[in-house]
Design a protein around this ligand. Sequence first.
Ligand SMILES: *[C@@H]1O[C@H](CO)[C@@H](O)[C@H](O)[C@H]1NC(C)=O
Ligand SMILES: *[C@@H]1O[C@H](CO)[C@@H](O)[C@H](O)[C@H]1NC(C)=O
Ligand SMILES: *[C@@H]1O[C@H](CO)[C@@H](O)[C@H](O)[C@H]1NC(C)=O
Ligand SMILES: CC(=O)N[C@H]1CO[C@H](CO)[C@@H](O)[C@@H]1O
Length: 754
Amino acid sequence: MRAAVSVVSVCWLGAALLAAGRSLPRLRLPYRELLGTNRSILFFGNRGFLGFRSLYLDEYRDRLFIGGKDVLYSLLLDRASMDAKEIYWPPLPGQTEECFQKGKDPGTDCANYIRVLHPYNRTHLLACGTGAFHPVCAFVYVGHRGEHTFSLDPTSVETGRGRCPHEPSRAFASTIIGGELYAGLTADFLGRDPGIFRSTGTRSALRTEVDQRLLNDPKFVAAHLIPDNNDRDNDKAYFFFTEKVVEADSKEHTIVSRVARVCVLVASGRPWASGRNPMVSSPEDVFLLRTKDGKSPEIYALFSTISHVFQGSAVCVYRMADIREVFNGPFAHRESPYHRWGAYEGRVPYPRPGVCPSKTTNQPRRQYGTTKDFPDEVLHFARAHPLMYKLVYPRHRRPLLVKTDLPHRLRQLVVDRVEAEDGQHDVLFLGTDAGSVLKVVVLQKTSSAMTEEVILEELQVFKAPVPITQMEISVKRQTLYVGSSLGVAQVRLHQCETYGTACAECCLARDPYCAWDGTACTRYQPSGKRRYRRQDVRHSNPVHQCLDQNLTVDDFESVEEKVLYGAEDNSTFLECVPRSPQASVQWFVQRPPDEQRDEVKTDERILQTEHGLLFRKLHRHDAGVYYCKTLEHGFTQTVAKTALEVIASEQLAHTFSRERGDEALRLPCPRPWLAPQAPKTWFKDIMHLISSQNVRRVEEYCARLWCGSSRPHHHKSKLAQAKHALAGVDVGKKGRTTKAHSEKNRMPRQAVAT
Ligand SMILES: *[C@@H]1O[C@H](CO)[C@@H](O)[C@H](O)[C@H]1NC(C)=O
Ligand SMILES: *[C@@H]1O[C@H](CO)[C@@H](O)[C@H](O)[C@H]1NC(C)=O
Ligand SMILES: *[C@@H]1O[C@H](CO)[C@@H](O)[C@H](O)[C@H]1NC(C)=O
Ligand SMILES: CC(=O)N[C@H]1CO[C@H](CO)[C@@H](O)[C@@H]1O
């Protein structure tokens, strides 16, 4: 074997020049909503802290295997709940103490983090863990399809050195091919011995030569088998990684992205190539979008800047044909480390380094069993030329996606190619370092190589802002598996009804998974016979798509009403954040006694902001019912309805000017701060403030204010709180969805009746 390597760096350099697209997601789905709608199911293990490190999605057995801190799990995918079998696998006796004595942190380092989980044969998995800085591997019996057995074979436990890193978090990559594990990692305690290793199986273990010129402080990102052609002898494993390069004319190092390849069937411990282009980014993740024949997958790489000043991410797509072409092209050559790299133009010995020994390279009288059998000349040349001269450029020589204005860094990438009414679209799922996943569709502009991306959804999968460390997709199940140190989530790729109940909403969503079926927004089936499918991913123009549907619905009355109290002459705020940040907002008001709805006139006293309507100084005549309407591509909709009550300043002055210490009112909330003698209450005053028809609203308001807080407050702060609330905090709601909430906070009715 021997591998050449090439560079994928141009991605970012090109990316920086492009203006970034709008980064607002069309829909933001909070953690609770994902759980409440069963869009996401979470698994945290049975031991308090999962310490998730690895995942193997077994679509054949319909199981999900998870590796964590001292533990392995097997979950059945068919169950709605993640019903789990567990294997407890702590470090070997004595290893934790040894790890601790060598200066590692007993809390975080000195445990057995399971980092390798691969299918081995029809009944067993190969699992390896860090073993408290003493890597271990073992076979795990998982049974045949249909069984749910799960046990570690104790006789198979052996060293995991060269197969699993010592550290719980250091980057590494591995893949199993024909019962052999190929791993790119650093294989020693100090993390200074990098290499690509072949182990397990019947053949003897192998590794690349120890030579800084070949692998200098590499960070492995991914490893995949990608066959070249139908000749199995030619199968190669590709490793994607970065390494440090010190240029001839500079003292500083740069990080470059590389691809290396090794022959699978006849591997030897020979050197290989690397690339050499400075870049300001390093790949975070690599995803292979497989083609039917498996030979020409599209390679999606996610890059992030490593600059402290400028944060950004980009996705580039590479074609296998371009990578192979670079491997087949000229070798890089330089006279000495002080010279510049050039293309090697001399004679290349035969067999050409990088070619796997196979039937085609073997000549009748010279059989090469392994690359070790190659003539010395070949080996010498290979060692001196570990790098290819040309660079690998991304498709169209530009990134597919650039994001410079995201609040979070992107960590993980998974791609699904989705069949839609107007053609195929790439849907990217991007895991952030803040527990969320962005679902992005990349639209190829017709007649140019330009693309446009739309962030369809932002899914807050984990409550805490933890980095997403692994993602797998099951197209068969239309599910995404998302791992962070805390746990693993099973997330549905789409939930079309979330977009709304109107044709226009479904259309505006631009989600290639969804279409309007005449009555609802549902999953789009390209093979479906139904003619009545409305979808327009490319243009999202509901006017064309939903012409016979109502675009402008007079839905003023169908929205739930909130009640807001504001104090005269004070400022107050009416909130309205459209579900789609891309929609524009219009405000209407209906003032008693006339029933007419007028558009709100904004001026320096009443301002329309991104989040709602701000009254800098409330007037008595501002009282009324306010409607917030959104408009997006011709589709309008009422999204908020707020009844604004204005409390006149005389009444307020009356209330707050007096301290009525003698008149302790008995209050219904069993809170420590509401002990009978405590409140110097102004409760009654508020009751008087508001006309009798509003008693229920006041009651709700007070209930929330007094009973809603769990922290003890003394009278002063309570008063301040009340004033604050009066100055314009949303104090009550009526309507279906809020019922449960307000009931919980409501105090018994008789207590309020004065
Ligand atoms: C979510 O799943 C649970 C359990 O299967 C079910 O009881 C519940 O009704 C589902 N909720 C929704 C909103 O579909
Ligand atoms: C799978 O591998 C394990 C470990 O080497 C072995 O014990 C088992 O018999 C193998 N199973 C099959 C079906 O080959
Ligand atoms: C359109 O709106 C009207 C009145 O708002 C309603 O009667 C009608 O059923 C709606 N049509 C459709 C197709 O939703
Ligand atoms: C109820 C309330 O917050 N009233 C305030 C209105 O604004 C004036 C002047 O800013 C304050 O003094 C009041 O306390």
